[in-house]
Design a protein around this ligand. Structure first.
Ligand SMILES: Nc1nc2c(ncn2[C@@H]2O[C@H](COP(=O)(O)OP(=O)(O)OP(=O)(O)O)[C@@H](O)[C@H]2O)c(=O)[nH]1
Ligand SMILES: [Mg+2]
Length: 361
């Protein structure tokens, strides 16, 4: 079974919305009836299944713009050319580039697609739709094990540093992630390493209060490294599980930023052995190829261990996820699919492909 069919089977449904609602109500009723009779394991499996369904819905909703744009173009293309021709390939190439997949990535993809068409004697564009989905997946996976899990420290607090240019979503991502971790029973501290922008410290403090995290911050203009030092010392004392550190995102001067991040890393390493455990770079998906340039720049100046791609709901060019992997080589660990806290999701390539192509499945 190809990937296309596998994903369709995992998440797909042919039911219309009314039927789905009916089915969900039925599931709820059955759940109540069987709650006492059912072994714990079965109950847990059902709970997990329900959670996956909800996650898939967040992907579907958040990728609506991309799906409507990119996939409708693909469907139109298939309807326009029933047989594969050079013109078909040219138009396909353009659609993929417009989806922000990145020129080099698209070129490699087209080469592979042409080779497969030739080798497998494919003539029908209808059949090629499935191969396209398959090959896009291959770009991403590329025989590697995808590490999208947070690298938690074995003991002591896990330290996660958030970097990225202005306005990409660092602070709100910290809040969403904190909320997730707290609901998993972890003790979370937020540290206001952005002492540069007026109001940044207060903004983070308000988030900490809202989601129930502890907080360390100083006055505007304080040395970020000293705030971070204090935050980590406190975390060691009060048994914090995860420390989330906000930083300022100005990149006007690369040397300054590099020096500051170096200093921050030194201070973290002094207090926490092997810290930071993660450095997450936040990228705004709506900035397209500019986001890719940011990722390359940050990769040069600091050890970025993962990417959080925010605002995917705000772009029609959701292909950027594939470009990042191919062009930057850093795993996307989380994606932002909206402003609600549940809209921050662990990045899962299968749910992503489903969210993007469900109308074709
Ligand atoms: N639609 C949408 N909006 C988002 C998402 N993530 C963040 N935002 C919004 O982006 C805006 C900027 O977010 P911040 O978290 O303040 O960004 P920042 O990187 O901390 O910005 P600075 O502190 O100014 O550098 C806010 O209005 C967020 O609600 C997302 O996934 N989808
Ligand atoms: Mg901020």
């Amino acid at each position: 079974m190809g990937l296309f069919d596998k994903i369709k089977k995992m998440f797909g449904t042919n039911k219309n919305e009314e039927e789905q609602v009916k089915e969900e109500v039925q599931i709820e009723v059955e759940k109540q009836e069987t709650k006492d009779k059912e072994p714990k394991k079965v109950q847990e499996e059902k709970k997990e299944e329900k959670q996956v369904k909800e996650e898939v819905k967040v992907y579907e909703k958040g990728l609506t713009k991309s799906r409507e744009n990119f996939v409708s173009k693909l469907i139109n293309l298939t309807n326009k050319y029933h047989k594969i021709t050079e013109d078909y390939f040219d138009e396909l190439e353009e659609i993929l580039i417009m989806a922000d997949i990145g020129v080099n990535t698209v070129m490699d993809f087209m080469d592979r697609l042409r080779a497969r068409v030739k080798h497998e004697h494919i003539e029908d564009t209808e059949y090629l739709k499935e191969i396209i989905v398959d090959e896009l997946f291959i770009i991403y996976v590329n025989d590697e094990v995808i590490v999208n899990k947070i690298n938690y420290a074995e003991k002591g607090p896990t330290v996660i540093l958030f970097v990225g240019v202005n306005g990409v979503g660092k602070t709100t991502t910290i809040a969403k992630l904190a909320d997730k971790m707290i609901s998993e029973g972890k003790k979370v501290k937020m540290v206001a390493g952005d002492t540069f922008r007026a109001g940044a410290t207060k903004q983070l403090q308000e988030w900490a209060e809202r989601v129930g995290a502890s907080f360390t911050g100083k006055e505007e203009g304080a040395d970020p490294s000293s705030v971070i030092y204090d935050g980590l010392e406190e975390a060691l004392k009060d048994g914090t599980d995860v420390v989330l550190i906000d930083t300022a995102g100005r990149l006007q001067n690369k040397t300054n930023l590099m020096n500051e991040l170096e200093k921050i890393n030194r201070v973290i390493g002094k207090v926490i052995e092997n810290g930071p455990n993660e450095t997450l770079l936040i990228i705004d998906a709506t900035t397209g190829q500019n986001g890719i340039s940011q990722a390359k720049a940050f990769k040069e100046i600091t050890n970025v261990t993962g990417i959080v791609l925010t605002k995917l709901d705000g772009t029609a060019k959701g292909g950027i996820v594939l470009a990042i992997k191919e062009q930057v080589g850093i795993p996307v660990k989380y994606i932002g699919l909206g402003e609600r806290k549940e809209d921050l999701q662990v990045f899962d390539i299968e749910k992503y492909i489903y969210g993007l192509f469900k109308d074709m499945m």
